[in-house]
Write a protein that binds this ligand. Structure first.
Ligand SMILES: Cc1ncc(COP(=O)(O)O)c(C=O)c1O
Length: 413
């Protein structure tokens, strides 16, 4: 027998940037009995969550819901609109952008990767992993493509490996300025429902997301938000697809059903999450995460450690990456914080392995849970012998005290 209560006293501080701590209200909703997914009650649930998720994506157009992690929705997005061997332009902003590129290559697509080309004295080996997508670079590349061979431009909205949130509206403007017909595909797996994301207003063709981040659910659901152009493209796209096909879902979803078995209990959770988020209002949700990000960055600045995101205009409201001094193993620091203080931080991924850790400020958080997590970080950094310029905990306390809360999430629970 495996005891699933891994953290027996108090709550474990799950401070990774997803999966996030799940509010009790959502856990409770998911514990209701599973119902017949072809029955009348399910149809009502299906219609509700499909309508709610459109509001979260800020779209009037259909949103596909898959019982899959985010990677499934990456694949679904590509295979519904691309032909074998199609050319896709992908922007490498970090680890998740590069994983998406690998997945696209495995589907047989011709992937072209572009990235920030400037230098970085703090992280000379990976300057692009401190920056967002560069709209001018995208425009220039599309202008060279006179034959319009590029089928899609793929950008990660909130790069979870770095804590950089790219300006998607500016990417859309770049595509339009180049008068290029490429579809805009955006991974907002960790952005949706914490960082501002406006599917229709920003002209995104396929928005990709997952349940385990801003929606505060466990992993297991992912989404494709569509545009009319994406739906048109899917009707003639020839990349093989069956399970992922939008066509059958577009037929069955209007009545609240799916072509195969949906994950009923996660959809209960989704319904509850949408009630919480929409009940509060998306503007308040964005403001809350942005404020948490500011408080956490106040702490990191007071420690005197570099923030992974080098562009202050693109600081993520979802997570903050903390770069450690050269020679310090960030995973060893994380291990101390985990073992001594029962707090999980995000590891450095790919090129950033061992160089940095990530503090998530999303999900079922509050000022005080974040203060506790920052205390764990500060104690762990000191125990690991990292020289700190000052107390990040004091700086974050001052920040939170000086900036009033916009109705905390827990008041809705
Ligand atoms: C930005 C981003 N894209 C894609 C993924 C992959 O999603 P999943 O691990 O749910 O398959 C993640 C996971 O953390 C992510 O943060």
């Amino acid at each position: 027998m495996l005891n699933l209560d891994f953290h027996p006293t108090g709550r474990h501080f799950l401070q990774i940037p997803g999966p996030t701590p799940v509010p009790d209200r959502i856990l409770k909703a998911m514990s209701y009995p599973t119902i017949d997914h072809r029955g009348p009650e399910f149809g009502a649930l299906g219609k509700k969550v499909l309508a709610d998720i459109q509001k979260i994506f800020q779209t009037q157009h259909p949103v596909m819901i898959y019982p899959a992690s985010g990677s499934g929705a990456w694949e679904a997005a590509l295979c519904n609109v691309c032909n074998p061997g199609d050319h896709v332009l992908m922007v490498e902003t970090g680890h998740f952008a590069s994983l998406w590129q690998k997945l696209a290559a495995r589907l047989g697509l011709k992937t072209e990767v572009i990235q920030f080309e400037g230098a970085d004295s703090v992280l000379p080996n990976a300057p692009a992993w401190r920056q967002g997508a560069q709209p001018q670079q995208i425009e220039d590349r599309l202008l060279q493509d006179a034959q319009h061979a590029i089928r899609a431009v793929c950008v990660v909205h909130n790069e979870t490996s770095t804590g950089v949130t790219s300006d998607i509206a500016a990417v859309r403007r770049a595509i339009d300025k180049a008068k290029h017909p490429a579809l805009l595909m955006v991974d907002t797996i960790s952005g949706l429902a914490s960082a501002r994301y406006e599917h229709d207003a920003w002209g995104v063709d396929v928005g990709i997301s997952g349940s385990q981040k801003g929606l505060m659910l466990p992993p297991g659901i992912s989404f494709n938000a569509l545009s009319p152009r994406a739906i048109e493209a899917s009707k003639i796209a020839r990349l093989p697809k069956a399970y992922w096909g939008w066509d059958e879902m577009l037929e069955t979803n209007p009545a609240g059903y799916w072509p195969s078995t949906p994950n009923t209990n996660l959809l209960y959770g989704l319904s509850e999450a949408c009630d919480m988020l929409l009940g509060h209002g998306l503007e308040a949700v964005f403001a809350r995460h942005s404020r948490w990000g500011q408080g956490v960055r106040a702490a990191v600045n007071a420690w005197g450690l570099p923030i992974q995101c080098a562009d202050a205009a693109l600081y993520s409201p979802v997570l903050t990456g903390v770069l450690l001094p050269p020679g310090v193993d960030a995973d060893a620091v994380r291990k101390i914080i985990y073992e001594r203080f029962d707090c999980s931080l995000g590891t450095g991924l790919g090129k950033l392995k061992g160089r940095m850790f990530r503090i998530g400020h999303l999900g079922d958080c509050s000022d005080l849970t974040l203060m506790a997590a920052l205390s764990g970080c500060e104690m762990g950094l000191k125990l690991a012998g990292v020289k700190l310029a000052g107390s990040g905990v004091l700086a974050a306390m001052d920040h939170f005290a000086a900036h009033p809360v916009v109705l905390p999430m827990q008041k809705l629970a």
